[in-house]
Design a binder for this molecule. Structure first.
Ligand code: FAD
Ligand code: AMP
Length: 476
């Protein structure tokens, strides 16, 4: 029997792949998406890492744990008396699972509504744009498409010094499913995932130690922001040990012994659980037959700025290719590629990608850091506005942190905005829009902002570039 034909087959149904499939279908292309994920309930699920074990479940737990801390610690200041507050991690995990199920089923409904065919199982690209799909019962079928989009995402990176057993030594998925609060939690890696998971469990009462091999904290972030954030994390009780490389871990039935080395020598610590959060790697296992001749770029699939691979009509998007491993970057590529396949214009601005770390306070940035500007030889003016000077931040009890604006000293072009503070994840989009339009710090400053809002702090920081901030002393 001849293979069923599509205009587009997407392999992978995460935020890069499912978005690509929906957009392609919207544009009138006959589209299928191959997805092999089996959800926690044992049923096939769309949404990939992000919806099942990434962005969404982590934010659900961050929200629950923040509510708990606020009720416990912040109520009295507001004149609220609360009774004995207790946290049941099982309830928190159940709520998270419900949110995940609702959202992943939502994608299945969107597929139906847009007439995207979901091919359940593992896809493999063969020569001449033939896609072989092995379903969950092991049955194999082949399909053909004019264009194939690879979107198989990423999986946690592993290290020999801490092999994940998902009993005592866990990865991020394990940390999203703990049903007891560890007395002591060790975390390897002070990156985004390590910090977010550390925050959840520390808020619920765990004593958390984070081991970070690098001497710099959050080296990808602007260092003024990273330093300010480190101060707040320390105050919260997060014990972040920089220059500390984990060399060995041994798990028993009830704990994990971790060996690590720092400038003072070798040390040992005991934990109830150890979270390995040392980054993620592209998932390419068995996704493309060797005969296809797909070019790689180290662990990644090689793709140009338009997400084209070296094979005609084969595209690659999301965590599988160069660029930050962020859901919205993958989705933007998914939309752009669908439009290019349909013969339309599709563009991704890699210079205006928002980065967010959902700790308390949140950290967010877009554009260049001051360190990057220096390395690129760009002469800049910077200005920082502290949330402590914002009326709204005071009313909210959220005076930690600051907004830093970086502008080109000659042209005033906005180069970067860096925020540590409440709602930084939302505020950063002001910067993203100005960056997208190639605007100046003056554009940001002269845009009217509602009072009282945290967003005014972005405006004031931008005013500071021109020494015209009203609610702080301007630089001399
Ligand atoms: P994925 O989401 O990994 O999806 C790939 C899909 O392909 C998977 O569903 C997989 O089953 C499927 N697949 C693989 N091989 C095959 C095959 N052969 N056949 C069929 N299907 C296949 N990013 C953010 O932007 N914001 C956040 O707040 C955030 N938080 C995170 C928190 C955690 C704990 C983690 C782990 C990640 C987080 N991320 C966050 C990163 C984000 O999840 C990824 O950047 C994003 O999921 C990448 O999307 P993707 O579509 O490229 O890949
Ligand atoms: P990210 O890639 O942002 O998730 O961050 C992962 C972090 O883990 C990086 O900052 C690495 O330096 C750190 N890391 C990797 N291996 C080790 C190790 N053996 N011990 C301590 N930190 C590590």
């Amino acid at each position: 029997m001849a293979a069923k034909e599509f205009d587009v087959i997407v392999i992978g149904g995460g935020p890069a792949g499912y978005v690509n499939a929906i957009r392609a279908a919207q544009l009138g292309l006959k589209t299928a998406c191959v997805e092999k994920w089996i959800g926690k309930s044992g049923k096939p699920a769309l949404g990939g890492t992000c919806l099942n074990v990434g962005c969404i479940p982590s934010k659900a737990l961050l929200e629950s744990s923040a509510l708990y801390v606020n009720a416990k610690d912040a109520s009295a200041e507001h004149g609220i008396t609360v009774g004995d507050i207790k946290m049941d991690p099982k309830g928190m995990i159940e709520r998270k699972d419900k949110i995940v199920t609702e959202l992943t089923s939502g994608i299945a409904m969107l597929f139906q509504a847009n007439k995207v065919e979901w091919l359940q199982g593992a896809g493999k690209l063969l020569k001449d744009n033939v896609v072989e799909v092995t379903d969950h019962e092991g049955k194999v079928a082949t399909y053909k498409a004019k264009d194939v989009v690879l979107a198989t995402g990423s999986v946690p990176m592993d290290i020999p010094s801490a092999v994940v057993d998902n009993k005592r030594i866990i990865d991020s998925e394990g940390a999203l499913n703990l049903t007891e609060v560890p007395k002591r939690l060790g975390v390897i890696g002070a990156g985004v995932i390590g910090l977010e998971m550390a925050s959840v469990w520390s808020r619920l009462g765990s004593e958390v130690v984070i081991f970070e091999a690098m001497d710099n904290f959050l080296s990808a972030a602007d260092q003024q922001i990273a330093k300010d954030a480190a101060k707040h994390f320390k105050k919260q009780g997060l014990d972040i040990r920089l220059g500390a490389k984990v060399t060995e871990s041994k798990a028993s039935a009830k704990d994990v012994v971790v060996k690590y080395a720092d400038k003072d020598g070798d040390h040992e610590e005991k934990f109830d659980y150890l979270l390995v959060a040392v980054g993620r790697k592209a998932f390419t296992d068995g996704i493309v037959d060797e005969a296809v001749g797909l070019e790689m770029d180290g662990r990644l699939v090689k793709a140009d700025d338009n997400c084209k691979t070296n094979i005609a009509n084969v595209w690659a998007i999301g965590d599988l290719v160069r660029g930050p491993m962020l859901a919205h970057k993958g989705s933007a590529e998914g939309i752009a590629v669908a439009q290019r396949i349909a013969g339309q214009y599709g563009r991704v601005n890699y210079d205006a990608v928002p980065w967010v770390i959902y700790t308390h306070p949140e950290i967010a940035w877009a554009g260049k850091t001051q360190e990057q500007c220096k390395a690129d030889g760009i002469d800049v003016v910077t200005s920082s506005f502290p949330f402590a000077a914002s009326g709204r931040a005071k009313a909210m009890g959220a005076t930690e942190g600051l907004v830093k604006v970086i502008a080109d000293a000659k042209t005033d072009k906005l180069l970067g905005v860096h925020i540590v503070g409440a709602n930084a994840s939302e505020l950063i989009h002001e910067a993203v829009i100005v960056l997208e339009f190639g605007g100046t710090s003056e554009d940001l400053a002269s845009t009217m902002h509602a009072h009282p809002t945290l967003a005014e702090s972005v405006m004031e920081a931008a005013h500071g570039i021109h020494k015209s901030a009203i609610h702080m002393m301007n630089r001399k």
